[in-house]
Write a protein that binds this ligand. Sequence first.
Ligand code: DAH
Length: 335
Amino acid sequence: MATLIDELDPLKRAALDAFQAADALPALDQAKGQFLGPEGRFTGLMKRLGSLPKEERPAAGKAINAAKVEIETALTARREALELLAARPAHATDFTAPGRHRRLGRLHPLTQVTDDIVRAFRALGFAVADGPEIEDEHHCFDALNTPQDHPARDAQDTFYLGTPQRPLLRTHTSSVQIRVMSQQPPPVRIIVPGRVYRRDNADATHNPTFHQVEGLYVDRGVTVGDLKGTVEFVFRELMGTDTKIRFRPHYFSYTEPSFEIDFSNALVRKLGKDWLEIAGCGMVHPQVFENVGYDPEVWTGWAFGFGIERIAMIRYGISDIRLFYENDVRFLNQF
Ligand code: DAH
């Protein structure tokens, strides 16, 4: 008897130490097996109870049971502690720690330029309109008076998406002029920022997708003077008060007369030029009004369109259009 009782206390100590040393639930299970499993050390001790002389058994049994209760209580307590630990996030939150500085992202330079253009036109009472990038020939070409054999309609220049209705990726935002005028009666005062597509190979000044802003103003008695004044106001807002613009005669099928807009300022002169071509514009062609059901005897209007990338490149001195689309933070961080 003396030997069994003598062994009991050190074994209990060993079990309690092993449970305490277990730093996670699997380790605790393993420790439990070592002492309380079928082959466990404590289980072995209990099995030996039967081999004791009869008169020693009650006292020994009592001592073993007391030790077992103590061991199981310690096991349960350790399990609960480890379960709590496992449910906790890996790193406890220290609410007294100083705040961590998170760097804010910034707007893409094309978004910044677009926002500035929109802001300038909103100040003049223009609303922003929108249209689909997947267009049809009617809105992109036919209703804009573009002849069937015009090179812009060629499959070499335009992404066609199928037959027989020939859906296409819009080559310019001018298609939205038609959509808006077909849906609402005059007067109209809109600008349309949006993405357009052309079958160009990417190089420093071309990309198969880029962005334009279209403007359309329809009312009674609108003149080229209104057009020029508006364009001048907006470009001064965008490019600085030293900006001058000039109109050169040009041809677009949806305007008559048509012009190309050149502008000049310190930025342009820094590039070693006097003038840079920046946009197309003109007075809305009477045939376009007919096509959308406006009476050209009553209504007059002007329209313009320009490329947003081109403006951003001049404004920020960017020499390769592809930089806009690469999402390189070293580039984007500069704006
Ligand atoms: N759509 C023309 C282009 O993509 C730009 C343009 C020229 C738009 C004259 C107009 C306009 O509204 O009147 O090059």
